[in-house]
Design a protein around this ligand. Structure first.
Ligand code: 5GP
Ligand code: ZN
Length: 114
């Protein structure tokens, strides 16, 4: 999608610190990390948010979750654990409208809202 920052990152038009890539997903370090490990896992297909998932594109969720496990292993946080966050829409504070899963770890996260 034109003018989508994450589509540009996937295409290599904007540089990123790649952590993992396969046919379906691209994973890269968040530019403004909220934890020692903060990686974004995105589908290569442009999907705006969880709300835009449908029967045609829902398979990407499987690929994203496999990608998250890969990222956790690569970053060495799979044993101690990690948090996965998806912001969906305005009230959740979503700022980039290309579906992305935040993978956070590398520290014990004490602040819990859930
Ligand atoms: P959201 O608030 O939409 O859930 O998260 C968007 C995330 O994308 C933010 O954590 C922000 O730091 C990250 N981000 C925005 N633009 C860029 C960029 O150009 N490069 C990288 N690596 N991360 C970005
Ligand atoms: Zn996009």
């Amino acid at each position: 999608m034109e003018n989508c920052v994450f589509c540009k990152i996937i295409k290599g038009e904007i540089p990123s610190a790649k952590v993992y890539e396969d046919e379906h997903v691209y994973a890269f370090k968040d530019i403004n990390p909220a934890a020692p490990v903060h990686v974004l896992v995105v589908p290569k297909l442009h999907i705006e948010s969880l709300e835009q998932l449908n029967d045609e594109n829902i398979n990407c969720v499987t690929h994203i979750h496999k990608g998250i496990k890969k990222v956790a292993e690569i970053e060495g946080i799979n044993k101690d654990g990690y948090r996965v966050i998806v912001n969906c829409g305005k009230d959740a504070g979503q700022t980039v409208f290309h579906l992305h899963y935040h993978v956070l770890g590398g520290t014990k996260m004490d602040e819990k809202i859930l």
